[in-house]
Design a protein around this ligand. Structure first.
Ligand code: SAH
Ligand code: SF4
Ligand code: F3S
Length: 446
């Protein structure tokens, strides 16, 4: 085999997948592979897929189709596909039928077995499909090649038990499992020792984190707020963020933690999905509009200046014009700093896929446009109000749009672009906000 083996990885979907890809990169590095950004040039290509909406599925099949040419030119080029799409049998069947040249199909529950699968495909020259239906024990201590030097994602739990009726995630990621607190602390201490200053705790619903002590699974459980207090004590870590938090489980204890723990950033992503009680009920969200708004007020009273973002789905089955207007009025009432807006997408196997009152595409799109107008108007207003403030920013790197500018985020998670030199990357700097745009801020070093 040639000496300088290279791999290419493409990650779709959420931070869970980003984190899994870091683990895959870590394992490949241990096997002697280096990463390349050019797929043409790679010996092994991985696509880590997302299945949350139909356009994610489509994008995957589009990309996969392109790989066929490379495979034809170089038969020893190895194509691996993994992630949430692979947890669905009909996807595996489609790949086997239409893309039979794919070498390895594996799932979200057996990432740790990837080196074994890869070695086996190389030596045996036979294709492998290995997708576990259920999650096994949480595997700790896996290698990782982190995406960023100064900030890191930390999984605190896996899976989801909420079964929102539109959502595929509980089926692709399995039931909720929390890591034990000692393992999380050990990982974060190691990250801090390695120069990481900001951590983002990951889980589909971090509010229901419930960690058992390592040697005593029946012992006193650590809840999410307890965990924040513990992490607050770790020297070197200066900022703590988390996502995502489900409104139904957000505790007063967590709100108190914002006050007590200086490192916890004054920002929350609190997906509302809809402003209509009827829709929320059919989505199985377990809160109503009034409870959600009360929570927003409680957070704003307790945490001055807290920024808020959300996720909203338009065109859920049965959504009437009135239901949609309830969503619009909720957006006006809350005034989010930003919001992710989605057209409802039918996911095979979820309860809502079987509802017979699906909304016509043109109605969905028309509502979507009205929603985006409201959301963007509030974002622009909130960002404009930042003008004149000085924010302490962790400099993350050159801006995505313009390599001569640096970028970072405010405590409230707003992107700021400013002039500076690359030696500042990884340090905290005070930046004066000079302009607020719809999706970002412009600043100046002070
Ligand atoms: N666990 C997180 C969300 C994970 S999915 C939470 O509960 O907040 C991210 C977002 O995708 C969801 O909040 C939802 O707004 C959106 N989403 C999920 N399934 C969808 C579907 N079938 N159609 C459209 N949007 C969907
Ligand atoms: Fe999906 Fe709901 Fe779980 Fe979030 S909480 S991952 S939206 S089922
Ligand atoms: Fe997508 Fe799976 Fe995340 S479906 S959004 S990658 S958990």
């Amino acid at each position: 085999m040639k000496e300088d083996k290279k791999f290419h990885i493409q990650t779709m979907g959420c931070q869970m997948n980003e984190r899994d890809s870091e683990t895959l990169c870590g394992m490949l590095a241990e096997l002697g592979y280096t990463r390349t950004e050019n797929r043409q040039d790679s010996d092994v290509a991985i696509i880590n897929t997302c299945s949350v909406r139909d356009n994610a599925d489509k994008r995957f099949f589009g990309t996969l189709g392109q790989l066929k040419k490379i495979k034809e030119q170089r038969p020893d080029f190895i194509v691996c596909v993994c992630g949430c799409m692979m947890q669905q049998q009909y996807i595996i069947d489609t790949i086997k039928q239409k893309y039979p040249w794919v070498d390895i199909i594996f799932g979200t529950h057996n990432i740790h077995e990837f080196p074994k699968l890869l070695k086996s495909v190389i030596s045996e020259k036979e294709k492998i499909v290995d997708v576990w239906k259920d999650a096994g024990e949480i595997v700790e201590g896996m290698p990782s090649k982190r995406l960023y030097k100064f900030k890191a994602f930390v999984n605190i739990m896996y899976g989801c038990n909420n079964f929102c009726t539109y959502c595929i995630v509980p089926y692709t990621r399995g039931r909720e499992r929390s890591r034990c607190p000692e393992e999380i602390l050990k990982e974060v201490r190691a990250l801090a020792a390695d120069g990481v200053k900001e951590i983002t705790l990951l889980g589909q619903n971090v509010n229901s984190y419930s960690g058992s002590p390592e040697n005593d699974p029946d012992g006193k459980k650590t809840d999410f707020a307890d965990l924040i207090y513990m992490l607050q004590e770790i020297e070197g870590i200066e900022k703590i963020r988390f996502m995502t938090s489900h409104p139904k489980d957000l505790s007063d204890k967590l709100i108190q933690a914002y006050t007590d723990c200086g490192k916890l950033c004054a920002n929350i992503h609190l997906p509302v999905q809809s402003g209509s009680d009827a829709v929320l009920k059919r989505m199985n969200r377990h809160y109503n509009r009034e409870q959600y708004l009360a929570l927003v007020n409680k957070l704003r009273d307790a945490v001055p200046g807290i920024t808020m973002s959300t996720d909203i789905i338009v065109g859920f089955p049965g959504e009437t014009e009135q239901d949609f207007e309830d969503t619009l009025s909720l957006v006006e009432e809350v005034g989010y700093d930003s919001a992710f807006t989605f057209l409802y997408s039918i996911r095979r196997g979820t309860p809502a896929a079987g509802y017979d009152d699906q909304i016509p595409e043109e109605v969905k799109h028309e509502r979507f446009d009205r929603l985006v107008e409201a959301v963007n108007r509030h974002s622009a207003e909130k960002n404009a109000a930042m003008k004149g403030r000085v924010e302490r920013i962790l400099v993350e790197g050159p801006s995505r749009h313009d390599k001569t500018t640096l970028t970072g985020r405010t405590e409230g998670f707003k992107v700021v672009d400013f002039e500076g030199d690359e030696s500042m990357i990884g340090t905290f700097r005070d930046v004066l906000i000079i302009e607020g745009k719809t999706f970002s801020l412009r600043g100046k070093l002070v």
